[in-house]
Design a protein around this ligand. Structure first.
Ligand code: ADP
Ligand code: DP6
Ligand code: CO
Length: 334
């Protein structure tokens, strides 16, 4: 539902100086991490500003993410992983549209160079690190010096999950209640969890057929089951806070896995049905459940894509590697 009296531009302009101009010809690349939600963002209450139905909680993926630089150029251009994209490419148009929320386009053109060290549009949260890095690059290129909360709220307008990629570690995105969305931003939690590990099981790194945005809109519009989602998410958010406070890994893992499967249940109950799983995704789930039956504390979460993200602690690493030899392991707290 896009029923807000606000537009992205009208909200953002309140926070900008009268004239927005580059303060330098070029900036060094700025990095933002990707993030994996333990309590998922699924469904918007307002589409223009990307305002969510529910609050969400994630872990940032340390060195995995996006690096973005901006320079003044003769004509607008977007480069992804060293390749110049066509101006009419959807990826380019989204990047330039985001820049246009800030700049005076008639005064200068930009070259945006971005690189992802995670697969793009494969359910590994490239939109999160991508728009967070772009927001940080815009802030630096134009010398805006905005507050992190404001940067988070603006990054959210690019992609909801990007609001959480401004920070390391555990991050919570508060859904907010305001119509202009400026209370809908993320903040880091102050808890750390040194031996927490995330394993990426890459089932398929190709671009997904249905992007996250269309997937969640379809779910909200067509799945009666979606009505139960806000309650599930609220309960899970509480449990995750408890788990993090108590460093209770079983509670963390169980909650994250049930939250992910509940989200996927609402997708499957949509029409036309939305199933991001592939046979290898299901095989990985069964292997995880088998490991648990054998006493290994191993859980998973999964986003809008076929890839599985394992949750475990350092002491289980050897046992987990044995089952998933090609695993990419991230230690989110170093
Ligand atoms: P994902 O699961 O990877 O987040 P989405 O469907 O949510 O998939 O988003 C993919 C989109 O995110 C891309 O089509 C592009 O518009 C945007 N995106 C990905 N990487 C970047 C980046 N480095 N800079 C800007 N935008 C990006
Ligand atoms: C399943 O943030 O990619 O990964 O706001 O429309 O850009 P848009 O969607 P996006 O959705 C992420 C959905 C998710 C869950 C999550 O990351 O919380
Ligand atoms: Co995304």
């Amino acid at each position: 539902s896009s029923n807000s009296v606000f537009t992205k531009q009208s909200v953002i302009s309140q926070y900008l100086p009268a004239s927005v101009k580059p303060i330098t010809d070029t900036i060094e690349p700025v990095f933002a991490p990707s993030n994996i939600a333990l309590c998922k963002y699924w469904g918007k209450r307002e589409a223009e500003l990307n305002l969510p139905v529910n609050s969400s909680l994630s872990i940032s993926l340390a060195h995995l993410g996006s690096k973005t630089a901006i320079s003044v150029a003769e004509e607008d251009q977007v480069w992804l992983n060293g390749i110049r994209l066509l101006a009419e490419d959807k990826f380019s148009r989204k990047v330039i549209a985001f820049i246009d929320l800030f700049r005076r386009a008639d005064e200068h053109c930009v070259k945006v160079e971005t690189a992802n060290n995670i697969p793009t549009a494969a359910g590994l949260a490239s939109s999160a690190s991508g728009f967070a890095a772009l927001m940080l690059a815009v802030d630096r290129f134009y010398g805006l010096d905005l507050d992190l909360k404001v940067l988070s709220a603006f990054a959210r307008m690019g992609s909801g999950s990007a609001s959480r990629s401004l920070y390391e570690g555990f991050v919570e995105w508060q859904m907010g209640v305001r119509e202009d969305g400026m209370d809908s931003f993320a903040l880091p939690l102050d808890s750390r969890w040194a031996d927490l590990r995330i394993g990426l099981v890459k089932v398929s790194t190709g671009e997904k057929a249905v992007d996250s945005r269309s997937g969640m809109n379809r779910t909200v519009d067509t799945a009666h089951l979606y009505q139960s989602w806000p309650l599930q998410a609220a309960a899970d958010l509480q449990r995750l806070h408890q788990a993090i406070t108590d460093q209770n890994f079983t509670l963390l893992g169980e909650t994250a896995e049930q939250n992910a499967l509940s989200m996927h249940a609402t997708m499957i109950a949509s029409w036309p049905p939305l199933l991001y799983w592939q046979p290898d995704s299901v095989a990985a789930m069964q292997s995880i459940w088998q490991a648990r039956a054998e006493g290994i504390e191993l859980y998973f979460t999964m986003d809008a894509g076929p890839n599985i993200k394992l949750l475990f602690t350092a002491d289980a690493e050897a046992a987990v590697k044995q089952r998933f030899p090609d695993l990419e392991i991230v230690a989110p707290f170093g």
